[in-house]
Design a protein around this ligand. Structure first.
Ligand code: ADP
Ligand code: MG
Length: 463
């Protein structure tokens, strides 16, 4: 059994990072290459959640990387934290025709494996990114986060059930899994069933069909924690609602924690039985609102950190400005930018980010300096630069100031802070607000759009 060459290991990691930036996580650097044996890299992972993530999502990427790093047909095997690798006696190894060989003993964990997911094989895999440490708190999710944390500290005793609702991609699943992860960290023996509502429905129907209701009930009722994600899918499912009603009562009476997420508040889920609606409100109902600009910037930075990406602040701001509907969009933009950086083999810059995100890059834009913009705008509105830089807020000055900010943002590479500073020491939220205001006028007011169009033509002809 050889210890893997450190350099090869570094190379392997670099390949994964480069080829699969969307899978890459900072903690990959903590994986321990324990052996290189018979063409197989044995890699030890520090915790079970990470181990499952690697096995499920990353096997191919690591195998490809191992082959690139060694230029040989090699394989990769992830070892669970508790697996032991024992070296065979040399004699024994020679009998096997090998020169020293690792024997892998897949040890069971000392404690019983936490039962997450389903007895019928489909084990639930928690996403290692979805923990409290990686969750960015902002005004839109502060309350839901606090509730989730409280439940994780004292399952069954604080809020039961905990019901979290909000739009798509706002962090419901993340919070649900963070609670599971935290509870398992504290007490690995906790019996958890975590399931999507759709799977709950399917399993219920299967159980009915094959007449195995006892097993089904055991699985959902004899647990410490039942988490059902996207419970709104119960809409219109009368029989499943009936079964869930009894599941709920049984757990609640036994003071077992129930956590539910939904895209709507309990009384806004269509075709949900009244008795379920009222039960969903017994504990704590918390909503999650779309993140504001600051929170989005913080989330992008957080995602970049987890992925080990060097992201300049202004690029994080650009992403946060462009993507406001939901957080998956932010992540998608980050992935595109990472891919572009790999392709160009260059660090992430504003220009690269704009290209990656397909943001219009006007041929003239690079030459449209702030002076050209200010000249065109001040001339059109008959104001002076010092008017624009003053504190005055009347419309005759505020509007040209906003138009300047809008063009500065579109045509120059200055950050929001820099633009705000230039126009009278204003902060970045003012600039952002100006850009948004101008954009919405452009959409709603054709006369305004025509005037701005004229100014734009002047800018471009002078650029
Ligand atoms: P939902 O279940 O509400 O549709 P998810 O929990 O799947 O949304 O979140 C979508 C993505 O956004 C996930 O990658 C998640 O990590 C991320 N996300 C959402 N909210 C936050 C937050 N407050 N901090 C960090 N990441 C977040
Ligand atoms: Mg979800």
């Amino acid at each position: 059994m050889d210890r893997p060459d450190h350099l090869i290991w570094k190379k392997l990691l670099a390949h994964v990072q480069k080829r699969s930036p969307n899978l890459w996580r900072q903690w990959f650097e903590e994986i321990e290459p324990v052996a290189f044996d018979g063409g197989v890299f044995l890699l030890r992972v520090r915790n079970t959640v990470q181990h499952r993530y690697l096995q499920r999502d990353c096997a191919q990427a690591f195998t490809d990387a191992a082959q690139e790093a060694t230029d040989r047909l090699v394989a990769v095997r992830f070892l669970a934290p508790e697996a032991e690798v024992r070296e065979l006696e040399d004699d024994a190894a020679q009998e096997h025709g090998k020169n020293g060989s690792a024997q892998l003993i897949e040890a069971r964990p000392r404690n019983a494996t936490p039962r997450i997911g389903l007895p019928s094989g489909g084990e639930l895999i928690l996403n290692p990114d979805y923990n409290f440490e990686n969750f960015v708190i902002g005004p839109g999710n502060r309350f839901a986060h606090a509730a989730a944390l409280a439940v994780a500290e004292n399952p069954g005793l604080t809020y039961n059930p905990m019901f979290i609702y909000g739009g798509v991609g706002l962090g419901k699943t993340h919070l649900l899994q963070a609670v599971c992860a935290r509870i398992l960290e504290r007490n690995p023996d906790t019996q958890i069933t975590y399931i999507s509502c759709e799977d709950f429905i399917t399993q219920f129907m299967d159980a009915v069909q094959v007449g195995q209701m006892a097993g089904f009930r055991h699985h959902f009722r004899d647990v410490d924690l039942l988490v059902i994600d996207d419970i709104h899918f119960l809409a219109n499912r009368d029989r499943t609602q009936e079964e869930f009603f009894h599941t709920f009562n049984s757990l609640h009476q036994a003071r077992r924690q129930i956590i539910l997420s939904s895209d709507a508040a309990p009384d806004e889920i269509p075709h949900l039985e009244g008795r379920l609606v009222s039960r969903f409100k017994w504990g704590l109902v918390a909503d999650i609102q779309a993140p504001d600009y600051e929170t989005r910037v913080a989330i992008v930075k957080q995602k970049a950190k987890v992925r080990g990406v060097e992201l300049p602040s202004e690029v994080a701001e650009l992403i946060a400005e462009r993507c406001h509907a939901n957080i998956r969009e932010l992540e998608g933009a980050l992935t595109k930018i990472q891919m572009q950086a790999n392709l160009d083999e260059s660090p992430i810059s504003m220009a690269l980010a704009r290209t990656a995100m397909g943001v219009e890059t006007n041929m003239h834009a690079n030459k449209a300096t702030i002076e050209v913009i200010v000249n065109a705008v001040t001339e059109y509105y008959d104001v002076t630069l010092s008017n624009l830089q003053s504190k005055r807020r009347q419309r005759s000055i505020a509007q040209p100031r906003q138009v300047c900010m809008y063009f500065a943002r579109r045509f120059t590479r200055y950050s929001l802070e820099e633009i705000g500073g230039y126009f009278g020491g204003r902060d970045h939220t003012t600039v952002l607000h100006a850009v948004r205001t101008v954009q919405s006028y452009l959409e709603q007011d054709p006369e305004f759009a025509r005037r701005v169009g004229q100014i734009e033509a002047t800018i471009l002809s002078n650029a």
